[in-house]
Design a protein around this ligand. Structure first.
Ligand code: AMP
Length: 540
């Protein structure tokens, strides 16, 4: 017997309509690419998104068509999200840090019909335009006065496009499983693969993300997503924040410590979200300028492991709660959040849990398995391949067979290696491809990196496996020294030896000026392996 409940589809457009009706005067503030501070309200955003939706339909953008964006976090990008998905087309966000050949591949694979581009990114589209097979036109996201010179064909001006259409539009209804947005994720090998989200998955993810023990979003919060809107939809914040009518602050292209600090203070931001590298820059700025952001209550840190030193600095020096979170593009992206349980009162125990990636958000199920697929115990010791499933996790990659993403039992293999403890906290020890195998046993690089980064003379650290005649591979510690110091290998070992399993201690330490970062701000271990792969260990 079925329940007697209305079958109303969960559609993204309803978020903005709801925000207009119930939090219509709540602000959305942007540092624009042109450099000014722009402020308006959810009501204004809704009005302009409707105009843009009419404009897109006039351009013959239809249900299911892909419309790309190559843009920073701004109010205009926010409008494009809602206008494109609102008419049943698919917002395809492009990462401006991608190599031209990857960009061409992605845009052709997605069959992007239009691309919305920020003024300072136009050159990236110009560089690949001749190779784009499906592109009908380009919309430059600015007003007439700031339109750049360009060699591109069929170029439109965003503000003119909006001005020339009315806001008279009722959002159309369609199946909630209709595709809404598309985000490619690049592995270290092979072509990037597309994660195609639906209205339903985005809406359920938005509900979950707003929960108090997840991103804690509500109307009284002021939320600054530093995480780019081209990186898994800024972790879904543009949807969750709109659902609850939170004030949104978009940082535009300026992500340095001083610029983020200025917005945090000027807009009384209460919660900011981003990858660890962003927070390194902010904390360095705070230390140098001897300042802080008094309204900031919470930072959400994910995308790479958040070092303990960073958690401590935020919490102990500034009284700002760190929410360490883990997820991936294929998971929309929310997977886990690490918050100690109320029963955990001991500071050491609380910190031990916070360093972990956390407990799954309701909706995400996870397990660890060995190489034969057998499930491993949830004892915090056994580590294995992490598998997940849930209503916002991809079923298959865009245009690929289901077997490319999930196994026969319906689980998605994350490619992460992890433990799960008896309290339900998951801890990533490595990406499976970064795991160091020493004498047949796995060494988790993340724990070593975390420990090395808590050394006062170390700014950043990465650990890779390098060949060893006896053990196959042994860990090499690569550090970016802090404050003009240069800790030696012996210094590092002295610091780590009582805190780490003995055979996990690195065999050597090398210094580097900066760690190579990939398009989403993660350390590129492939590059480090290229550079240091033939390093001769003193133990070899
Ligand atoms: P992406 O799809 O680009 O967001 O990358 C997802 C991957 O980033 C995950 O599979 C993890 O390997 C890594 N990752 C994300 N968050 C964390 C975290 N909190 N700690 C460690 N690794 C993380």
């Amino acid at each position: 017997m079925l329940g007697n409940i209305m079958d109303q589809p969960l559609l993204i457009s309803s978020l903005l309509r709801h925000a207009d009706r119930t939090s219509g005067d709540r602000e959305i503030v942007t540092r624009t690419v042109e450099g000014t501070i722009h402020r308006y309200t959810y009501r204004d955003a809704h009005m302009r998104a409707r105009r843009l939706a009419n404009a897109l339909q006039a351009l013959d953008v239809k249900l299911g068509d892909r419309v790309a964006t190559m843009a920073w976090n701004t109010h205009r990008h926010f409008e494009v999200y809602y206008a494109v998905s609102g008419i049943g087309a698919v917002t395809h966000t492009l990462n401006p840090r991608l190599h031209g050949s990857q960009l061409t591949y992605i845009m052709n694979h997605a069959e992007d019909a239009y691309v919305f581009v920020d003024i300072n990114l136009v050159a990236l589209i110009e560089a690949v335009a001749d190779d784009l097979e499906h592109l009908k036109g380009v919309v430059v996201m600015t007003d007439r006065a700031h339109m750049p010179e360009t060699s591109l064909a069929n170029v439109l001006c965003y503000e003119e496009l909006i001005e020339s259409h009315s806001d008279d539009l009722e959002w159309r209804s369609f199946d909630e499983n209709t595709a809404s947005s598309l985000c490619y994720t690049s592995g270290t090998t092979g072509n990037p693969k597309g994660a195609l989200f639906s209205h339903r998955s985005t809406m359920i993810h938005a509900y979950a993300s707003a929960l108090p023990d997840v991103l804690h979003m509500g109307e009284s919060e002021v939320i600054l997503p530093v995480v780019p809107m081209f990186h898994v939809n800024a972790w879904g914040i543009p949807y969750g924040a709109t659902m609850v009518g939170a004030k949104l602050v978009f940082p535009g292209p300026r992500l340095d410590g001083a610029s983020i600090h200025e917005l945090l203070v000027d807009e009384d931001v209460t919660c900011a979200a981003g990858v660890p590298t962003i927070w390194l820059m902010l904390l360095a700025h705070w230390r140098e300028a001897e300042t802080q952001a008094p309204a900031l209550k919470r930072t959400v840190i994910g995308g790479s492991a958040c070092p303990e030193s960073m958690i401590r600095e935020f919490q102990e020096d500034y009284g700002i709660e760190v929410r360490h979170a883990w997820g991936m593009t294929e998971m929309s992206p929310l997977g886990t959040v690490s918050i100690p349980k109320p029963s955990m009162t001991d500071d050491t125990e609380r910190m031990r849990k916070q360093i972990k990636q956390g407990r799954p958000v309701f909706g995400v199920e996870m397990r660890i398995v060995d190489d034969t697929g057998a499930e491993l115990p949830r004892d915090g010791v056994a580590f294995g391949n992490l598998e997940v499933r849930g209503p916002w996790i991809i079923d298959n990659y865009f245009k690929l067979d289901r077997s490319e993403s999930q196994n026969a039992a319906g689980w998605f293999a994350t490619g992460d290696v992890a433990t799960i403890d008896a309290d339900g906290y998951m801890e990533i020890t490595d990406r499976s491809k970064d795991v160091i195998k020493s004498g047949g046993e796995w060494i988790g690089s993340i724990e070593i990196e975390n420990l090395a980064m808590s050394h006062p003379e170390v700014a950043q650290a990465a650990v890779i496996g390098v060949p060893h005649p006896k053990w196959d591979e042994r860990p090499l510690l690569i550090i970016v020294p802090a404050g003009g110091k240069s800790p030696t290998h012996d210094d590092m070992i002295a610091f780590m030896e009582n805190k780490l399993t003995k055979w996990w201690l690195p065999d050597d330490t090398v210094h580097i000026d900066e760690l190579p970062l990939g398009a989403t701000g993660k350390v590129l271990k492939t590059k480090l392996r290229e550079q240091f792969g033939d390093h001769t260990l003193p133990t070899a």
